[in-house]
Design a protein around this ligand. Sequence first.
Ligand SMILES: Cc1cc2nc3c(=O)[nH]c(=O)nc-3n(C[C@H](O)[C@H](O)[C@H](O)COP(=O)(O)OP(=O)(O)OC[C@H]3O[C@@H](n4cnc5c(N)ncnc54)[C@H](O)[C@@H]3O)c2cc1C
Length: 415
Amino acid sequence: MHAHYTVRFFHSHRSTLMQKPYPHDRDSHSVAIVGTGPAALMAADKLASSGIQVTLFDKRAAAAWKLFVAGSSGLNITNALPLNAFASNYTGPAQHWQTCLSQFSNEDWVRFIEVELGQKTFLGTSGRYFVETMHAAALVRAWRRRLESMGVSFHFAHELIDFSSDGTDCTLRFKNETTFSFPKVLLALGGGSYEPTEDPLRWISIFENKGIRFNAFSPMNSGYHVAWTKAFLAEVDGQPFKNIEFRNSKGSRKGDLIITEYGLEGTPVYTLGEAGAASIDLKPDLSLDAIKQKLLSSKENFSLIRRAQKHLQLNKAALALIFHMGRPEWKNSLDDFALAIKNFPLTLLQPRPLSESISARGGVSWDELGDNLELTSHPGIYLAGEMIDWEAPTGGFLIQGGVAQGRFVAESMLK
Ligand SMILES: Cc1cc2nc3c(=O)[nH]c(=O)nc-3n(C[C@H](O)[C@H](O)[C@H](O)COP(=O)(O)OP(=O)(O)OC[C@H]3O[C@@H](n4cnc5c(N)ncnc54)[C@H](O)[C@@H]3O)c2cc1C
């Protein structure tokens, strides 16, 4: 790699300089990475452990902010699916994901966390891997310590506002009026979701101003609005539909859904979310006939609702759905009632906003990138992670996608 590094200050800000001196060895091999999410940290790790001087920048005051957010609901680091099935969860070029994930697989990532970061993991019954602590703090702390011990420097409160490349140097300009040049740069600025204070995200305009094709971010893996009645919500707001099967024109997915005041949250809706007609099978493991038989088996002169509670073990949320959201006549007809259990019709209205979504559709277009994820219009500047136009469902695919791409870019730079 061309060994060249320059630092230029237009105004030196004592406060930012105090946190850590910028490396300034002109002879060292050096790479700048903007972002400190999983894609950035994995690239930094691979480069630093190969002897490259790495400098990380982030607009925030601490590393890996979104990993902390992800960890607040249980940090699901990856999934146990085998390679082909795993790779089929991503949009974008299939060949890219095959290469990327075979170079750094789910097993490699779990081993890295266990061996290099010293964090225990476990495989949940759903085929999802989690860190044992369920939170991101210990993992991020261990990773940052490891990187710093390899000479990686972190510079916070550095918001990237522009970049350029003349084919030899890549120049980064930050909001705090500092400018740096590096031979190679990785931008891993993350996706458009969960950015409560920026709407739209400020980095998008850097790309748009350069004419780099960017597909607008929209919510993905997000909750959806449903027009619940007041009576239904009063009874079961915050409660789950357990072990149901959600269906719509995109397919079907088993799992749990949480009822919220605005609608529904949970993996089946995150995975298949689309405004329009949908249905819920409240008893997916029983056929329509089996349900009818069980309802008829009651010796007591109970209402259908009571029989469903007793003989089908429908939980409170499922019973309230039929009682409050179904047609009144369904409660008195065995056929209609059984059908409502198997195929309860729902309409998903609009998704929750991007600022509440787990991830986003959209990002920098693949057309702008070479096979090695280098921006074709800006040689020496690479992208990785959710800022590229790819999507994946929840289940550990998002973090795995980020780390695999970070690793892939680092390998490309090293070549
Ligand atoms: C509520 C929630 C739960 C989630 N749960 C899971 C889960 O369990 N499993 C899973 O796989 N995924 C989960 N995710 C998704 C996962 O967190 C992301 O996919 C992952 O963090 C993306 O990694 P990244 O490296 O691409 O970007 P990010 O982690 O988003 O990192 C980007 C970094 O770039 C910085 N940055 C942005 N713009 C600039 C700029 N202009 N200048 C300088 N720095 C900048 C940001 O501050 C940030 O630190 C969850 C997300 C959310 C919101």
